[in-house]
Design a protein around this ligand. Structure first.
Ligand code: CMX
Length: 136
């Protein structure tokens, strides 16, 4: 498995609009696009070769809802870009690393993704991503 870069840091926020006042008003950054994905509103803010992915729950039952209730706003996950996500998940499985997604699945922004379980990664939710031609 080859990890190429940190693709993004996922940050859970209560309100994307409110958070942008700091991330693009306070910091000299720009949001390049938003996407509605599985009950979340996601805002992507490039930072060099990586980005910050702001995640707002809009459905009341998304994957970030529990996290926000338990922990409040903050860093939710770190995503690594790999060159071959099928090979990467197979390798991790073989090494006994607990995966949330045993098989890679379609994620936001046209990426193929797979999450490892935070109990297997020293308390950090980690995602593997592999961009496709349509990814942004
Ligand atoms: N970072 C670190 N630990 C986390 C965590 C996170 N983001 N989310 C949950 N945990 C920990 C909890 O603290 C809990 O630990 P304890 O048992 O010690 O209390 C344990 O993991 C289980 O958490 P939970 O709240 O009981 O269970 P959830 O129903 O919230 O499920 C998880 C947690 C990680 C399995 C689930 O959120 C998941 O499947 N996540 C993957 C998908 C995802 O997060 N998508 C959102 C990002 C958008 C995208 O897809 O890019």
């Amino acid at each position: 498995m080859k990890i190429k870069r940190i693709a993004h840091l996922g940050v859970v926020v209560k309100s994307l609009d409110e958070a942008l006042k700091f991330f693009t008003g306070g910091l000299p950054l720009k949001m390049t696009h938003t996407e509605d994905y599985q009950g979340m509103r996601i805002g992507v803010i490039p930072v060099g070769e990586s980005s910050i992915e702001l995640l707002q729950d809009v459905s009341g039952s998304s994957a970030v809802k529990n996290f926000l209730e338990k922990n409040g706003e903050g860093i939710h996950h770190i995503a690594f870009e790999v060159d071959d996500i099928y090979q990467a998940t197979a390798e991790l499985k073989e090494k006994g690393v607990r995966l949330i997604d045993e098989a890679p699945r379609p994620g936001a922004h046209g990426m193929t993704i797979a999450f490892m379980h935070p109990k297997a990664t020293h308390g950090i939710l980690m995602e593997l991503v592999q961009p496709s031609e349509e990814s942004h």
